[in-house]
Structure formats: C-alpha cells, structure tokens
Write a protein that binds this ligand. Structure first.
Ligand code: F6P
Length: 361
C-alpha cells in the first residue's frame, strides 16, 4: 500500500478542498492508498505538522472555500524564514528537513497543490529525488502549460458580480467607478471579469495604458450621453513609461512584491482630466474567498483524481493540466519556465474591442 502526502502551498483559493476531496477519494477507493495531509504548505514539512486524511475527513468539504489543511506563501524550504538570536529575520535552506519529514512519514509521493511559487519549490525538490506531483492552483491563471488553473473561474465570478453591483450605483450617481482586481503580472482576471461585467475600460499589465487617452475616452462617452463608466484595472497594470504600484514587500515570500493601489492613481487622473467624479473599489482578497463555482469544483476534482493516477503511474515531476477538454500530464519545468500572460493577439482582446471596450492604448 502506498502512502501519499498532500499539501496546499501559496495563497489559498476556492477549490483547494475540492482537490483534497478528490485526492483522498481516488486514492482510497481506486488505488488503496493511504493519505496524509501536510499542514500549512511546505511549513508542515519543515515543522512536522500533519494529520491523517481518511474517507470521512473529506465528506462535505467540496463546497468549502479556503483549505482544510491551511496554506502558507512564506514557507519556501530553500529560503526558509527564521530569526537569529537578536530576533532579526534571516533565511536558511531547510530542504533537507523536507526530505527527512518525507522519509519519517514513510511517504511514497507528495502531491503539492499550488501556483508558480509552489511549483518552483516542487520542481527543485523533485530534482533532489522527492517523488512529487503538482496540481495547478491560482486565481491568477498565470501558470504555463495549462489552459486554466482552478480558482480562476471562482475569482472571475466574484469580479463579475461586483461589477454588476457597481453598475447600479455608478448609474445613479453618474460616476466613474474604478474596480481594481488581482492577478499579479497577468491580466486574465481583469480581462474575463471586465468582459463578463461589461467594463467600458479594461486596463491590464500586458497593455501599458495612456492616462490622457483613458480620460479622453471617458469624456467622449459622457458627451455621447453615457453618464457613467466602469473601469476595470488589474493590480499589475501600469501607465506607459510608468511603474506598477507596489503596496508592500513580503520578504519571506517567493515573489516578494505585493501589488495594489493603481486603481486610486487611475481614478484620480480621470477626475483631473474629465472633471467627473470617480470612486475606487479594490476587491482584494474577496476574490480568493467563498465557495468554488461548479466549473472549479469539476476542474479541481479532475485535477485531484489525475494527480493520484500520476502517482500510481510513477509520473513524478509532472502535474495534470487542462488542454482543450482533456487533462494531460505536463512537466513542472514547463509550468515555471515563464508566466502565462494574456497574448496580445488573444481573440478575447479582439472581441472586447469589438464591443467598444477600451484598453487604454
Ligand atoms: O497569486 C494570488 C494572489 O491573490 C495575487 O492575485 C495577489 O497579487 C497575491 O496573491 C496577494 O498575496 P497575499 O495573499 O500575500 O496578499
């Protein structure tokens, strides 16, 4: 009988519990494997925090947001945060401890649910001999090698509903509402949410925008009788010749930069350039909360089941990816070679432009 560990690394998102649910059921019912849940991402492997996961432990968890195992995006074992005697933050390579815990728990494989940061760690551990399989998770949808990551659809639903709600207040007050959404360096959430919510302007990192032209576009809408506008801006969007707005630096994290605040810059510029009243709403972590959509539950279930099958087949160093309608194995290496951003020839940009949406270029 094989014994497999499962952990959720990086930030949480809707659908992680659906993956855990699928992993445990596929492992027990189809392969006769035993499953161990590692707590708080790779922190659990370094600090030896774990729990057994039986069939009954995963009953009813599919609709739950977050992760029953806890997550951490500050626990890179190769750059592990510790404090010296004076309490000053410093870092140590604790990857050997991960291998030690893996052996102590008598694991035959580890399933790492995560995004870019988790996959970087998983790939490195895999080259050190750990039998590891990934599951592609992130609301940002920026992981290479898979058409979609789970969590993205749920985030887009939240953004769409927020834009719908903002439409009515924008309309009543004849205002410009600027909605800032997550996504790091990729504009997928802004693009999908913006199209679904009927955003008049969508600003994404892949297309640096001209603030003067954005103001001009909104002024023209006003002149044409449209007395309100909705601007959807990705947190990683930036003006031409300008920089992304950094909110804070998290030294313990794989990607230390936390973006946020470009919405205020855009709203202020619109007010100055048009004389119209503008308000900013930063959706923030709401986009990672709540119950996964049916689409994400199904995708997460397919990913979780396939991850266990990959373990059974000895396909280590791989993750299940969505390609078209199929779930196929792809190497962790391929996922981390670069971030998947919105291509400038994306048909979605074209269709949005044909609806009159402006991208600020
Ligand atoms: O990668 C997911 C994500 O939600 C990004 O969209 C966002 O930039 C970042 O994580 C926020 O990280 P934290 O939860 O550490 O604030």
């Amino acid at each position: 009988m094989k014994r497999i560990g499962v952990l959720s690394g990086g930030g949480d998102c809707p659908g992680i519990n659906a993956v855990i649910h699928a992993v445990v059921k596929r492992a027990i019912l189809n392969h006769g494997f035993e499953v161990v849940g590692i707590l708080d991402g790779f922190e659990g492997m370094v600090e030896e925090k774990w729990r057994s996961l039986n069939y009954n432990d995963v009953s009813g968890i599919m609709p739950l947001g977050g992760t029953i195992l806890g997550a951490s995006n500050r626990a890179n074992p190769f750059h592990y945060p510790v404090c010296d005697e004076k309490g000053k933050l410093c870092f140590e390579d604790r990857s050997a401890k991960v291998i030690e815990t893996y052996e102590k728990l008598k694991l035959d494989a580890l399933i790492a649910i995560g995004g870019d940061g988790t996959f970087h760690v998983a790939e490195k551990l895999s080259t050190m001999g750990l039998q590891i399989v990934g599951v592609p998770k992130t609301i940002d949808n920026d992981l290479n090698g898979t058409d979609l990551t789970f969590g993205f659809d749920s985030a887009v639903k939240i953004v769409t509903e927020a834009i719908d709600a903002l439409h009515t207040t924008a309309q009543s007050h004849h205002r410009v509402m600027v909605v800032e959404v997550m996504g790091r360096y990729a504009g997928w959430i802004a693009l999908y949410g913006g199209i679904a919510g009927g955003g008049d302007v969508i600003l994404i990192p892949e297309i640096p925008f001209d603030l003067a032209k954005v103001g001009e576009f909104i002024r023209k809408r006003q002149q044409a009788g449209k007395r309100f506008s909705i601007v959807v801006v990705a947190e990683g969007a930036r003006p031409q010749g300008g920089d992304m707005v950094v909110q804070k630096i998290v030294k313990e994290s794989h990607d230390q930069i936390r973006l946020g605040g470009i919405g205020h810059v855009v709203a202020q510029s619109i007010e100055e350039k048009t004389g119209l009243e503008a308000r900013t709403v930063i959706l923030g972590h709401l986009q990672r909360g709540g119950s996964p959509t049916a689409f994400d539950r199904i995708l997460a279930t397919r990913f979780g089941a396939k991850a266990v099958d990959l373990v059974a087949e000895g396909m280590f160093g791989y993750f299940p990816a969505l390609r078209g309608k199929d779930i196929v194995p792809v190497t962790l290496k391929e996922a981390i070679v670069s971030l998947k951003v919105v291509p400038l020839d994306s048909p979605l940009l074209d269709v949005a432009r044909s609806m009159g949406t402006y991208f600020g270029d």
